[in-house]
Ligand binder design. Structure first.
Ligand code: SAH
Ligand code: SF4
Length: 386
């Protein structure tokens, strides 16, 4: 088995070069070819000595993930489903906005945390993704988008680890993957524009703070332990008070001066004015403290097995007003790519049953990418009109 070079951060690639008997600095050239230029063939890498290229051909490869499907929404959101083998698939979503391009990346196939409102959680846990599988999502999306938007500049400006899985439960692959995203010889993203979202794995929040501080989002979803124990079972291990303490410790090293709290709005479950008032008490700065939290209210994406419903718009607005009136910056997440189910484990939830997924895919007129039918204007039109 040769090594997949997407599996390495720059340090790892330098060690790999040393093992080949090459100077460590060769790794920088190689890293740039792979991540900045999207090269997969060593013969393309014209400034590498021929002897090194020959060695690489026998010892290494650059292997992306097979694309199972690609959906493009009328609003420009793109969702890819990648095959990670063994009947598992993961999803990656690109969300274009006027001033940025955000890629939402998966960290695991399935998830062990089993939150009640999450279809990934309902699937159960299959396995951790490797560094190569995490990085391949960014590698593929960036170079695909550059090619199809005919842009030579960087397209993806922000990465959020908000796809499938709990990134903090795949910590050993998370950190090298973040380093690739941040490295100036690869994607050069700013720490403020790379966000790890977690359901609250307290010890790992501290470790991330010392190993690789990036922006942090915490999925709170409830203002008290009784409710959070039920919605986010991990709360039984790391209750809210401990989680908030970890958030405050993280702020001392974070690239931003606030933590974003995500709060999925569930009709009649966590969305009443009383819940909002309880939340205010929880995160309100104590005397002399600056505001340190922002809230992102997420409209729930319903799926039948959850038995839960999306909060009404009026409930969301009333909730948001209570937080804002208390001086807490609050945004309501726009739903993007609704027409392609681009939110939160909606499609990959069915992937274990491949037959089922294939039937659904064809019904939705998804195109399956093969070298012959790479996205054509006609294909795009079909999907947009779906
Ligand atoms: N495991 C991490 C990151 C992946 S989930 C975490 O929980 O933070 C990313 C975000 O999507 C989380 O805030 C999660 O609560 C939210 N989410 C999951 N299922 C959802 C659904 N059905 N509707 C709306 N948001 C959902
Ligand atoms: Fe896992 Fe996050 Fe889904 Fe909870 S919300 S089950 S932690 S992916």
């Amino acid at each position: 088995m040769t090594a997949n070079l997407l599996d390495y951060d720059l340090e790892g690639l330098a060690a790999f070069c040393e093992r080949l008997g090459e100077k460590r600095f060769r790794a920088t050239q190689l890293f740039r070819w792979i991540h900045q230029k999207g090269a997969v063939e060593f013969d393309e890498m014209s400034d590498l000595a021929k002897s090194l290229r020959e060695k690489l051909k026998t010892a290494a490869h650059v292997q992306a993930l097979p694309v199972l499907s690609q959906h493009i929404s009328a609003d420009g959101t793109i969702k890819w489903l990648f095959d990670v083998g063994g009947g598992n698939a993961i999803e990656t979503v690109f969300i274009p906005e006027d001033d940025r391009g955000t890629l939402c990346i998966s960290s695991q196939a399935g998830c062990a945390v089993a939150c009640r409102f999450c279809s990934t959680g309902h699937q159960g846990f299959s396995r951790n993704l490797t560094v190569a599988e995490i990085v391949a999502q960014l590698w593929f999306a960036e170079h695909f988008l550059r090619k199809h938007l005919k842009q030579s500049e960087r397209v993806i400006s922000n990465v959020v680890m908000m796809g499938m899985g709990e990134p903090m439960q795949n910590y050993s692959a998370l950190v090298p993957s973040l380093r690739v995203m941040l490295d100036d010889h690869a994607y050069g993203l700013s720490r403020r524009r790379v966000t790890v979202s977690t359901s609250g794995v307290v010890p790992m929040i501290d470790r991330l703070g010392s190993d690789c501080p990036v922006a942090l989002a915490v999925s709170l979803h409830a203002p008290n332990d009784v409710l959070r124990d039920d919605l986010v079972p991990l709360n039984r291990k790391y209750p809210i008070a401990e989680l908030l303490e970890a958030c405050k410790r993280y702020l001392t090293v974070a690239p931003r001066d606030f933590i974003t709290f995500e709060y999925c709005m569930l009709d009649g479950v966590n969305d009443t004015p009383a819940h909002a008032a309880e939340l205010v008490k929880l995160v309100h700065p104590v005397a002399g403290e600056r505001a340190w939290s922002k809230f992102n209210l997420i409209p729930f994406n319903p799926f039948p097995a959850s038995g839960l419903l999306r909060s009404s718009q009026s409930a969301v607005l009333a909730f948001s007003k209570i937080l804002s009136d208390a001086g807490i910056v609050t945004t309501v997440r726009k739903t993007r790519g609704d027409d392609i189910d681009a939110a939160c484990g909606q499609l990959a939830g069915d992937v274990r049953d491949r037959t089922n997924i294939q039937a659904r895919i064809s019904k939705r007129r998804t195109i399956i990418i093969t070298p012959e039918n790479e996205l054509t204007p006609k294909g795009r039109e079909d999907i947009v009109n779906d």
